[in-house]
Design a protein around this ligand. Structure first.
Ligand code: NI
Ligand code: MN
Length: 224
């Protein structure tokens, strides 16, 4: 399975047949690797309703017919747009023929695009035999250690940019708590407030933990 970084918090998981697209913010994203019109999706997963995550969800879902998984209030709003939605809440799992996704906590704020305040989430994705944890936007919190306790995490997609989320120093603690085989940083260098040094994050994590850090430029992939 390939994990392709499309810029900011957007990733594509693909085995060649199935493409899972996460947080497709492409239009207006200065680091987007592709345009929304070129995004493929079998299923779309959202961590929360902020514009830098929700992004092009409606256009891509309408064009591809991909169902969208989002926390209940956000999912219901997307359902009003005529999309095929799944509406779990925290702790809930949605199953597909390619695997499953479970919503786990993330400490952040969120509103839906229409302005309803709702709770953000992280995503634990089982894609075939590979487990991917997209943290969403969050600060570090000790219950991150629970996420990978029963199901070891192969790849953690981790915000490190600071200001709106944890910074690269707190993200070292997050990497330690999660214990993933591989950590891929995201949500940095898209805008000035979230500029940070991903290579310094890599060396700090690799000296403090057993995780490997793979720094991807937008458009690059990691094989997991
Ligand atoms: Ni956010
Ligand atoms: Mn964000």
């Amino acid at each position: 399975m390939d994990v392709r970084f499309l810029g900011h918090s957007c990733f594509e998981l693909s085995d060649g047949d199935t493409t899972v697209l996460i947080d497709p913010f492409l239009t207006g994203n200065p680091k987007a690797a592709i345009g929304a019109e070129d995004a493929a999706a079998t299923t779309i997963l959202l961590t929360h309703g902020h514009g830098d995550h929700y992004g092009d969800t409606v256009a891509i879902a309408k064009r591809t017919g991909a169902p969208v998984v989002a926390i209940v209030e956000l999912a219901h709003e997307l359902g009003e747009e005529g999309l095929d939605v799944h509406d779990p809440n925290l702790g809930g799992t949605v199953k597909f023929d390619w695997g499953s996704v479970k919503l786990v906590p993330a400490w952040h704020t969120s509103t839906t695009p229409k302005g309803t305040v709702n709770t953000p989430a992280g995503l634990v994705i089982h894609f075939g035999d590979t487990v991917v944890y997209h943290l969403g936007d969050t600060c570090v919190f000790s219950d991150m250690a629970r996420v990978g306790k029963r199901t070891p995490i192969d790849v953690a997609l981790m915000c490190i940019g600071g200001h709106y989320t944890m910074d690269r120093s707190d993200a070292v603690d997050a990497a330690e708590l999660i214990g993933a085989k591989t950590v891929i940083p995201c949500h940095y260098n898209t805008f000035p407030p979230i500029e940070t040094d991903a290579e310094a994050f890599k060396s700090d994590v690799e000296s403090a933990t057993r995780s490997d850090v793979v720094v991807l430029e937008p458009g690059e992939s990691h094989s997991a």
